[in-house]
Design a protein around this ligand. Structure first.
Ligand SMILES: Nc1nc2c(ncn2[C@@H]2O[C@H](COP(=O)(O)OP(=O)(O)OP(=O)(O)O)[C@@H](O)[C@H]2O)c(=O)[nH]1
Ligand SMILES: [Mg+2]
Length: 243
């Protein structure tokens, strides 16, 4: 009997990551994972990130570039990637940042874990705190965001805002993607919550998170405020039978 080929898509959103993206792509390619494609969703980065990706794409047909006309936000970049993954029938779909905060070497750990789960989240807070070089303020906000989300919604996850994760396609097919309204950190919370509410199995694997050393952060007060309100919206709407 022929064994089924498992196709994986690694979605990397980029905005001004010219000086990080080559290293990320080199590291992912060096893992030599079977049937892995990489989709870069670039929002017309002024620094020319897309040109670097195009060069890689010419040499590696499994690197795909999706260019959007301008900075449309991280949430919609993921949604565009998810829709591509559903259309092309990838089995496992990763989210990963381009700024080297997420170490590609642990991708195989996610692939092991997803065999027994529907959503695997790379957690910074599983065995203590595994964050390198973040200012204390940033760490505090991140830890509090997860605690806050857990207390209000009951979501049984240690790291609710992690952007390093892997979904089975079925999860993305069951969540109405056009209704996902968050753009910043709360995008991760909203997806986790909706997967959990639908009864999908969620597993966390430990990761070490390294603060970016190159390029600029897109973190803002607006993103934090969005998350504060989103958590209540999820809780209240779910009480009325939504989600
Ligand atoms: N396509 C697209 N990618 C984005 C956008 N905003 C951020 N990104 C990318 O999303 C990933 C995460 O963004 P970061 O700026 O690292 O945000 P963060 O990880 O929350 O914050 P820092 O790591 O502290 O800078 C990176 O790969 C960014 O380049 C956007 O509007 N569009
Ligand atoms: Mg980052």
């Amino acid at each position: 009997m022929a064994t089924k080929i498992i196709k994986t898509l690694l979605i990397i959103p980029t905005y001004n990551e010219k000086n990080n993206i080559s290293k990320v792509l080199d590291e992912v390619l060096s893992l030599k994972i079977d049937y892995l494609d990489i989709l870069i969703v670039d929002d017309n980065s002024p620094d020319g990130t897309a040109e670097v990706v195009q060069e890689y794409g010419q040499k590696n047909p499994n690197i795909i570039l999706k260019q959007r006309e301008g900075k449309l936000g991280l949430g919609t970049a993921y949604i565009a990637g998810f829709e591509y993954a559903i259309e092309k029938k990838y089995d496992y779909i990763f989210e990963m940042d381009a700024d080297l905060s997420h170490d590609p070497k642990v991708i195989p750990n996610f692939l092991n874990a997803i065999e027994e789960a529907d959503l695997v989240i790379g957690s910074r807070y599983l065995n203590g705190v595994n964050v390198i070089n973040w200012p204390l303020r940033r760490l505090f906000i991140s830890v509090m965001a997860s605690q806050y989300t857990r207390i209000i919604t009951g979501l049984p996850i240690h790291d609710c805002t992690s952007g390093f994760k892997c979904f089975r396609r079925e999860v993305l097919e069951k969540i109405p993607l056009q209704e996902v309204s968050s753009s910043g950190y709360s995008f991760q919370i909203e997806m986790n919550f909706k997967a959990w509410k639908r009864g999908f199995r969620i597993k966390e694997v430990p990761i070490i998170f390294y603060d970016r050393t190159v390029g600029d952060s897109k973190m803002s007060k607006k993103i934090i405020i969005e998350a504060i309100f989103m958590v209540w919206k999820l809780k209240i709407l779910s009480l009325f039978g939504h989600y």
